[in-house]
Write a protein that binds this ligand. Structure first.
Ligand SMILES: *[C@@H]1O[C@H](CO)[C@@H](O)[C@H](O)[C@H]1NC(C)=O
Ligand SMILES: *[C@@H]1O[C@H](CO)[C@@H](O)[C@H](O)[C@H]1NC(C)=O
Ligand SMILES: *[C@@H]1O[C@H](CO)[C@@H](O)[C@H](O)[C@H]1NC(C)=O
Length: 180
C-alpha cells in the first residue's frame, strides 16, 4: 500500500510536468512578443518546464530578481539559463515567481517574462515507515490556493489518470500472484 502510494505520488509528479514554449511557439523568445499577455493565459505547475527558443547570436536567457526584471538590469543575474544552442529549458522547481530577461538591450523591447508558479503538488516527503503510513495528501488540498475552475479541471484530469494507473497497478499485482 505504501509502495503504491509512493508510486502514485511519483506518477502525479511525472504526469503533471508540462513543457511551456515561452511566447507560445518553438521560436518565440524574441522582441515585441507580449510575454506578459502570453504568461497570463498559462497555468504554471510546480516542476513544469519552460522552453526558450531563439536566435543564439542575438539573444540569451537570464534568470533575474524582480528589481532587475522591472528595470532590465542584466548584471548580477541569478542564473545564466543560456547554454549556447538557442534552445534552453528551465524547470520551475519552487512555488514563486521566476523572472527572465534577455541581455543585449532586448529586454526593453519586451524580451522579459515573469512566471508565477501557483499550482501543483509539492514533492512527496521521504518514504514513511510501513507502520505509520500517513494518508497521501489529496492534490487539491496540497495545492496552495488554486483558482477554483483550474483546480477542478486538474482534479478531474488527475483522477482519471489515477484510476487508470491504479487499475494497471492492481492488474500487475494479480498477474504476479497468478504466475507464482
Ligand atoms: C501586454 O499585455 C498586457 C496584458 O494584456 C497589457 O497590460 C500590456 O499593456 C501589454 N504590453 C504591451 C507592451 O503591449
Ligand atoms: C536584485 O539583483 C540586483 C543585481 O544583482 C541587485 O543589485 C539587487 O540588490 C537585487 N535586489 C534584491 C531585492 O535582491
Ligand atoms: C551564459 O552561458 C553561455 C554558455 O556557457 C555563455 O556562452 C554565455 O556567454 C553566458 N552568458 C552570460 C551573460 O554570462
Amino acid at each position: 500500500m505504501v509502495l503504491m502510494m509512493m508510486l502514485t505520488m511519483m506518477f502525479i509528479n511525472i504526469t503533471k510536468s508540462e513543457l511551456h514554449y515561452v511566447g507560445g511557439d518553438k521560436f518565440s523568445w524574441v522582441p515585441k512578443v507580449n510575454l506578459t499577455e502570453w504568461s497570463s493565459h498559462e497555468h504554471f505547475h510546480l516542476n513544469d518546464w519552460l522552453y526558450f527558443g531563439y536566435d543564439r547570436d542575438m539573444y540569451n536567457v537570464l534568470e533575474v530578481n524582480e528589481t532587475s526584471y522591472a528595470n532590465c538590469i542584466t548584471t548580477g543575474f541569478i542564473k545564466n539559463v543560456s547554454t549556447g544552442a538557442g534552445r534552453d529549458v528551465f524547470q520551475l522547481t519552487e512555488f514563486k515567481t521566476f523572472y527572465f530577461l534577455s541581455g543585449g538591450g532586448y529586454c526593453s523591447d519586451g524580451m522579459k517574462v515573469a512566471i508565477k508558479v501557483t499550482e501543483g503538488v509539492a514533492a512527496p516527503t521521504p518514504a514513511p515507515s510501513p507502520k505509520s503510513a500517513a494518508p497521501a495528501p489529496s492534490p487539491e488540498s496540497a495545492a496552495p490556493a488554486p483558482s477554483p475552475e483550474k483546480g477542478d479541471a486538474c482534479g478531474i484530469h488527475l483522477n482519471q489518470i489515477l484510476l487508470v494507473f491504479i487499475f494497471v497497478f492492481m492488474w500487475g499485482i494479480s498477474s504476479n500472484y497468478i504466475s507464482y
